[in-house]
Design a protein around this ligand. Sequence first.
Ligand code: HSE
Length: 340
Amino acid sequence: MKIALIGFGNVGQGLAQILCDKAETLRAADGFVPQIVAVATRRQGTLYHPAGLNLELLLAAAAQGQLSAYPDMEGLHRNWAVPEIIRQSNADVVIEVTPTNLQTAHPALDYCYLALEHGKHLVLANKGPVVLAYHELMRRARQAGKQVRFEATVMAGTPALRTGAQNLAGCYIFAMRGILNGTTNYMLSQMENGASYADALAQAQNLGYAETDPRGDVEGWDTAAKAIILAQSLFNANLTIDQLEVEGITGLTTADMLDAHRAGERWKLIAQITPTGGSVRPVRVPLADPLAHVSGAINAITYTTDLLGEVTLVGPGAGQLTTGFGLLSDLLDIHRTASS
Ligand code: HSE
């Protein structure tokens, strides 16, 4: 499988690291031999080699903050523009991992459409295109006979979408409720331990949990985006983000954490999703509620179903390798199911 990575920040590098570390295991266990043939960045240019880039050299160049540090070799193209990579490279799969933009999703959405138009499968960690154009992406994917997958957009590599779509297939899901943002859950846990809001946010940023613009996390929009992705993909809903009631954690202080603690409660940023709507808001959750014990960058989602009652999935919600794994799980699905 030949892969073009559009974006090579925290998450893209996480995937490259996993593919580098697990090359032998993936080949032996799944017959999966991925090659990253192209990498495109906004500030450091692009690289394309039809026979695949050397992952160790690529990661070393990224660690220096300079793709130009990747050594010259025969057949290497530098600075092809992204549309040129999508149109003219030999990639089978385009992975969109540029920062999320929930207002327009562009230029990422244009790249997604271009990828499908040129017969590529599409994998995203970028939430913008899925939030704003899920139904259109699916329509174009069907038309092209290609797959669009986005497990990494919700709860990083924890299989929230796959669980709902595949493992719970045959159940009717009435509703979903959960903690869907790693940054804010980490911050609330740190604030319970006495950290200030500003310090907790700085730590979440240092650990690579926060969005490029962390307002998306703390104001609740990242959680809302994930709620919309869940609603669209599992309920086939036609919801837009402005139809949700959204409130973040910006009004919460360390003193609020202590107040809740005295009452045997914890503040959590909770998303509620039904086929017709939803909300994102901070809630004082009693300790008897399992969600009260989901701490740090861990996330959780409870599916309320007809046949199983409540099913809860708990796992990492943010982070480099955890999100990189979300991408890998989609690539493996495509490898196992796609005919080309
Ligand atoms: N900023 C996001 C979070 C990253 O903290 O959950 C994962 O989507």
